[in-house]
Design a protein around this ligand. Structure first.
Ligand SMILES: [Zn+2]
Ligand SMILES: [Zn+2]
Length: 274
């Protein structure tokens, strides 16, 4: 066994997701593209990517796990998951399922509650669906998840750090889920989320609204009637049905404000015109 110094371990933690992202982006999406995707608005791709990349792509998947460990350290964890042996695997399965159910419920709320949709629509605004889309989330959303879903999971499950570590590593699979690749599980789409399945969720067409919410396991979509597997040869155009997309990093950083202000500003305008 190779002994890793803490500095080397930290380097691995940072480099591994970068490597996954790089492979998906520079190998998978080039050699095996789903179809010619639309161009991003000039400047948005690099700017948004650069500004939000470290926070979104690296820290957010880890934040869910860190929240569990912190809540556990503060005394949370009604059910203790086994730290070794065969039970460890059962605990891992339980943790993955419970975290994923939490993500699923939160995602459904993001589409059902207008104030949450105002933020989540930033993720859906990407007309050039690819691995960079995985990092396009409004900055406040992880904080909201921390005090809701992730807090609840920490209260429910006392989880070994090794299980949390595997969960964090698995979370980087979202680069693959959002990749512009032909990867599609067809009739097995109910087993694991993938680019073909998740692209339908990002469709700009009304007929695809409110389907395929799953983060890792589409079984939650199957159970709630929101399962819509991709069809052979189907070409999905992604983005918002309104065509809205941030043009600058600044717009991405204040994305929901314009939608929150739309009603009061409209009222003011009507009053001014009266
Ligand atoms: Zn969504
Ligand atoms: Zn997505």
């Amino acid at each position: 066994m190779i002994a890793l110094t803490p500095a080397l371990r930290l380097a691995l933690v940072v480099l591994a997701p970068l490597l996954v992202m790089g492979l998906v982006r520079h190998v998978g999406e080039r050699l095996w593209p789903a179809h010619l995707k639309r161009e991003r608005l000039h400047g948005v791709a690099l700017a948004v990517w650069g500004a939000l990349f470290l926070g979104q792509a690296l820290a957010v998947p880890a934040l869910g796990g860190v929240a569990t460990l912190l809540v556990n350290a503060a005394g949370g964890g009604l059910i203790r998951l086994p730290a070794r042996g065969v039970g460890w695997w059962a605990g891992l399965a339980a943790y993955l399922l419970v975290m994923d159910l939490g993500e699923y419920l939160f995602h459904r709320a993001q589409h059902a509650v207008p104030a949450l949709w105002a933020m989540h629509s930033l993720h859906h605004s990407d007309r050039a669906f690819d691995s960079a889309t995985a990092a396009r989330h409004f900055w406040l959303e992880p904080a909201i998840k921390t005090v809701t879903v992730w807090l609840m999971v920490g209260v429910l499950l006392r989880t070994p750090a090794s299980v949390v570590g595997v969960y964090v590593a698995v979370s980087y699979y979202h680069f693959v889920v959002h990749s512009n690749t032909r990867l599609d599980f067809g009739r097995w789409s109910w087993v694991l989320n993938g680019p073909g399945y998740h692209r339908v969720h990002h469709s700009e067409a009304e007929e695809h609204f409110d389907v395929n919410f799953a983060s890792l396991f589409p079984i939650f979509d199957v159970l709630t009637g929101a399962y819509r597997p991709p069809r052979p040869g189907e070409r999905i155009q992604t983005g918002l049905d309104t065509g809205e997309e941030p043009q600058t990093v600044g717009e991405a950083l204040v994305w929901p404000v314009r939608s929150w202000l739309r009603r009061p500003l409209g009222r003011l305008r009507r009053l001014a015109a009266a």
